[in-house]
Write a protein that binds this ligand. Sequence first.
Ligand code: MN
Length: 245
Amino acid sequence: MRILISNDDGYLAPGINALAEALATVADIVVVAPDSNRSGASNSLSLDRPLSVTKAANGFYFVNGTPTDCVHIALTGMLDTRPDLVVSGINNGQNMGDDTLYSGTVAAATEAFLFGIPAIAFSQVHSGWSEIESAARVARDIVLRRLDALESPFLLNVNIPNLPYEQMGPLTPTRLGRRHQSEPVIRAQDPRGREIFWIGAPGACRDAGEGTDFHATAQGQVSLTPLQVDLTHREQLQLLRDSLQ
Ligand code: MN
């Protein structure tokens, strides 16, 4: 099995190192990841400048671009062979509910999915890298599971509790929850007295009921949500058709 690994925290992040180490024991891996932290980059592509790929001492490739740039470059010309699977992460913190729209971790996996390759995004529920080795073991377990029952290509969003491996709950299929709107922007002054704004924290859970990613991880379970890209709202489409008749 050939696996392409990327992330949004950058090629030096502990999460991608732990993931690569765990997967190297069971697959041929190649790592192509951003040169710096691009969390929140979503599905952005860099179209206004060239991108360079550099090989680090440990064999990882790093790119002066977004997570989506990395996977796009790898799949459209950089790699000689097409990977069987693309994995992203392990992210420094959760990507649940609405987070999936902003996440560069999910975006890297989504880019592979758009090219017809099965893809999995991995995130730890809490940032700070506690129990990252345990999360990497869980990620390897999931990669080794027979996911053939799923329609290929699939796009899976996985959130892993920061627990020791022995205390980890079961793999649990979930749907995305929803958050309240984000916390307000933080207004401040830069050292020259100019007004600046920092984007605020994500909102608290609004829909964290049974069956959601929020609910499963709160029970110590590993949340697996199958995602799709089509954002069409079917009921609204019908209402729109009716109203325009
Ligand atoms: Mn990140």
